[in-house]
Every structure is written in structure tokens, then in C-alpha cells.
Ligand binder design. Structure first.
Ligand code: NAP
Length: 248
């Protein structure tokens, strides 16, 4: 897909991987809507990104809310005329082993990290089918959707669900030329896994789990998302970008 002039939505586009991804789409000449819950952060991110291109807008949306995601898609189409790429990237993590995790925390993670991807995939697919010229849907999964992790079972369950939702959606949407894929990063240097979020000991231990000896940079994941948007023969796949973590 030639991205110049196309419209992309990036949920969670106000920070970390999403912000880098929005930047990469703008650099390719695409029009971009970034979404998040925090208006102040969203407007600042949009103002920063507008230095690359004025074809960028922030829309406040909570991806755990179906109506909010539907409105986000409607906004992108009203503002920029179409929706060609949907990046379901918004996500959170809550630590707690299975015997310690509250049902409330479980539900919060599933609502944002799995239900949100379902709503984004659903309303993007409806809009892309209406337009009739295909499209690309890319969701940010994780290596944690492939391996188990004792301290974040809800996160692993949600990301594993994203992988399976993606394969199933890829099969039903292939005839419409809509490709559906995931990027599955290892740990990426963003606020989600900052020193404040993890503490020094856990962060050092996690870095040591990556054979390349570091966390990914957000732009390395954005690069993989751009590949999944541009390559017209990739669908139903999980692109692992993890510095060798899952090769062990
Ligand atoms: P981040 O820097 O914390 O950014 C998260 C983004 O998601 C923010 O823009 C946040 O904005 C938004 N968000 C969170 N909940 C939302 C909701 N309910 N509705 C709308 N937006 C919401 O995190 P990141 O590390 O870039 O993570 C992005 C994605 O990559 C996530 O799906 C994460 O699971 C995945 N991932 C991250 C890593 C990693 O090591 N960092 C590794 C593998 C996968 P608001 O708070 O304003 O809503």
C-alpha cells in the first residue's frame, strides 16, 4: 500500500510506540488521527507531530468503550475522507500473579487490551468494506501473547486473544482486501516499562532476557508497523520484534 495521502488511526498514539508510529506515518505522507484518553497529553502530542505535517489530529477516545471507538472511526472519516490503516495500539499492564489479581484488574486489562482491539478491528473493517478498496489493520500485541509470564497473566491472556482475533479476522476479511496483522514486540523503552514502573532490579533482569542486551526503541516497532501497512501480501501473521527474546 502506498501510504502517501492515506488515512491512519493510531490508538494510544499520544505516547511511546503509538507516538513513534504516528510520526512514521506522517513522514510517509499519510494523514493521522491519534487517540487517547488524556486530552492534555493528546493535544500536546498532536502539536508536536504537526511540526512534521499539518495532517494530524487528536481525538479523545477510550478504546474499552465500543461507542467511543465507533466515534473515533467516524471522526477520522469526516476529517480526512477515508480510513485506510487502523493501528490498535492502546494498552496497559497491571502486575499480579493469578492468585493475587483482583477480578477488577483482570477486567480492566481485558477491556482495554483485548476488547479495545475487537472494537477497533470491527469498526475499521465496517468502514473499509464500505469504501471497497481494502485496507490494513495492525494491532500491537506482545511477546507476552506467545509466552507465559507469571506476573502479568491478564496481559498475556489479552495479548494471546489479540493474536487469535487477528488470525480469525484476517480470514474473514481477506476477500475484501483488508489485511489484519499484529506486531509482537519484546520490551520497548516507553513509560509502560520505565524505571518508575518496574524498579531497577526487575528492569535489569528483563533487559538481560533480551539476547541483543537492550530494550527496543519505539521507532523500531513503528518501522515494523509501517512494513505491515505497506506490504500487500502479509495477512494473519504476528511479526515478532524482540531482540531474540523468544528464540531462547
Ligand atoms: P505507553 O507509552 O504507556 O502508551 C500507552 C498509550 O495508550 C497512551 O497513549 C495512552 O494514552 C493510551 N491508552 C491507554 N489506555 C487507553 C484507553 N483505554 N483508551 C485509549 N487510549 C489508551 O505504552 P507503550 O509501551 O507505547 O505501549 C503501546 C502498546 O504496546 C500497548 O498495547 C502495549 O501493551 C504494547 N507493548 C508494549 C511493550 C513495551 O515494552 N513498552 C512491549 C510489547 C507490547 P492515555 O493514557 O491518555 O489514554
Amino acid at each position: 500500500m502506498e501510504l502517501k495521502g492515506k488515512t491512519a488511526i493510531v490508538t494510544g498514539g499520544t505516547s511511546g510506540i503509538g507516538l513513534s508510529t504516528a510520526q512514521a506515518f506522517l513522514e510517509k505522507g499519510a494523514k493521522v488521527v491519534i487517540a487517547g484518553r488524556n486530552v492534555q497529553r493528546g493535544e500536546k502530542a498532536a502539536a508536536d507531530l504537526s511540526k512534521i505535517s499539518s495532517d494530524v489530529a487528536f481525538f479523545q477516545a477510550d478504546t474499552s468503550d465500543e461507542e467511543s471507538v465507533k466515534k473515533l472511526v467516524d471522526f477520522a472519516v469526516e476529517r480526512f475522507g477515508s480510513l485506510d490503516v487502523m493501528v490498535n495500539n492502546a494498552g496497559i499492564g497491571i502486575h499480579g500473579t493469578v492468585d493475587q489479581l483482583s477480578a477488577e484488574d483482570w477486567n480492566t486489562v481485558i477491556a482495554i487490551n483485548l476488547n479495545g482491539v475487537f472494537y477497533g478491528t470491527k469498526y475499521a473493517a465496517i468502514q473499509m468494506k464500505k469504501q471497497g478498496h481494502g485496507g490494513a489493520i495492525i494491532s500491537t500485541s506482545s511477546i507476552e501473547g506467545v509466552i507465559g509470564d507469571p506476573i502479568i497473566p491478564s496481559y498475556c491472556a489479552a495479548k494471546g486473544g489479540v493474536n487469535q482475533l487477528t488470525k480469525s479476522s484476517a480470514l474473514s476479511l481477506a476477500k475484501d482486501g483488508i489485511r489484519v496483522n499484529t506486531v509482537n514486540p519484546g520490551y520497548v523503552d516507553t513509560p509502560l516499562v520505565s524505571l518508575e514502573a518496574l524498579g531497577q532490579e526487575l528492569r535489569d533482569a528483563l533487559i538481560a532476557m533480551h539476547p541483543l542486551g537492550r530494550f527496543a526503541k519505539p521507532e523500531e516497532i513503528a518501522h515494523a508497523i509501517i512494513f505491515l501497512a505497506e506490504n500487500d501480501f502479509v495477512t494473519g501473521t504476528h511479526l515478532v520484534v524482540d531482540g531474540g527474546y523468544t528464540a531462547q
